[in-house]
Design a protein around this ligand. Structure first.
Ligand code: NPG
Length: 377
């Protein structure tokens, strides 16, 4: 089901791009590396009626996918932003088509599209949640827990998040840090909603280790194999009782349809950045809902901009599992929005103000800005 009520076009006068360096409250370690500072790009769409904000969720290094911040900065300034500025009156639903000739760079496209969406919806006094088709005003909040020093440290970290009230725990795993870590968390906390994320650290040769995870009654195992290992994921899924959930592999609605047809995934992590925008994310939600496939909203350590938009997306009816939409304080001591997401009874509120529904804190934004460029028509 496409967007029920499209937005009117905006006249884009310019686009401001900023690279931010946001210090993390604690290091975040996955199978591909450790981050202590989140490097991210914020987009501001400038119009005569006001601004719109978006976020390009690339990381500093191309370790999660081929995209990374300096590459995103270059392609945004050199190609994608000029194409948008040349496109004439711009309805948000047309952004993807304008950018379509440029291959890849989905995170950049998503950030630009969100800024246009925010500007267009603010001009119409509509919320992104309403526009996308949200059916809830709050969403259950899951937390993603990075690899810790050892299983005992992991248990203590998880305990802290459970005490805060998080509705679901996801732990990162990698070869050598899988069965033991998962067992420690299960033993310490019994039947909590628990899932694991490998960030593509395994191959089919690890099938027996991955099958050992079946005894922990996990909600799912996320992206065990490489991004393009669709057939191998299907073979693995046949062998496991734990549902296989693809993240990195699902780069579009088409990729989702194909992976489902091959039996490579039975749950999908939807991330707007990874798939090129919130509209493509809704399209994936729609095909999955029709097929009876549960989806949940992933996270990319978003600032308050992307976090607000993710909460709106996660409020759609097919998002039946808790997402990685934690409180801003899970990652940041100071966010760049005036009302950062907070945890209330294990949930995060869906912002219902105009556009993404949160306002930028200009001082906080300036304090973490390390580069800034403005392109005008
Ligand atoms: O809550 O925002 C969050 C983080 C969730 O673990 C998380 N994200 O692989 O899904 C992932 C991982 C990630 C974060 C990947 C940043 C790439 C960059």
């Amino acid at each position: 089901m496409p967007i029920a009520r499209p937005a009117a076009p905006i006249a884009l006068q310019g686009v401001e791009l900023r690279v931010l360096h946001l210090p993390l409250v604690s290091p975040f370690t996955t199978s591909f590396g450790t981050e202590t500072v989140r490097e991210v790009i914020v987009v501001r769409a400038l119009t005569a009626d006001g601004d719109g904000w978006g976020e390009i969720v690339t990381g500093a290094a191309p370790l999660y996918s081929s995209e990374y911040t300096q590459g995103a900065w270059d392609v945004a300034l050199r190609w994608l932003t000029p194409a948008l500025l040349d496109a004439g009156p711009l309805a948000p639903e047309r952004v993807a088509a304008v950018l379509e000739p440029f291959k890849g760079h989905r995170m950049v496209k998503a950030g630009l599209e969100l800024a246009v969406l925010d500007a267009a919806l603010r001009a119409e006094s509509r919320s992104l949640a309403d526009y996308l088709g949200a059916v809830r005003d709050r969403v259950p909040s899951g937390v993603s827990v990075g690899l810790q020093r050892d299983p005992a440290a992991l248990v203590e970290t998880v305990r802290g998040y459970l005490d805060e009230g998080y509705a679901r725990i996801k732990i990162k795993i990698k070869p050598g840090r899988d069965v033991g870590d998962t067992a420690a968390v299960r033993e310490a906390f019994g039947g909590i909603p628990l899932q694991v994320d490998a960030n593509s650290a395994y191959t089919l040769a690890d099938i027996d280790t991955l099958a050992e995870l079946d005894r922990f009654d996990l909600l799912l195992i996320e992206q065990p194999l490489q991004e393009d290992d669709i057939v191998d994921h299907a073979a693995l899924a046949q062998h496991l009782r734990t549902p296989v959930c693809l993240d990195e592999s699902i780069t579009s609605r088409k990729a989702a349809v194909d992976a489902l047809a091959l039996g490579a995934t039975s749950v999908i992590n939807v991330k707007a950045g990874r798939v090129g925008g919130y509209l493509e994310a809704v399209a994936i939600h729609d095909v999955c809902r029709e097929a009876g496939i549960p989806v949940w909203c992933g996270g990319m350590l978003e600032t308050g901009i992307g976090r607000a938009a993710n909460a709106a997306l996660a409020a759609l009816p097919g998002f039946t599992l808790p997402g990685d939409i934690s409180a801003s304080s899970r990652f940041y001591t100071r966010d760049i929005v005036t009302e950062p997401a907070v945890l209330e009874d294990g949930h995060v509120r869906v912002p219902l103000g105009h556009g993404i529904g949160v306002e930028i804190d200009p001082v906080a934004l300036d304090d973490v800005t390390v580069a800034r460029e403005v392109l005008r028509r």
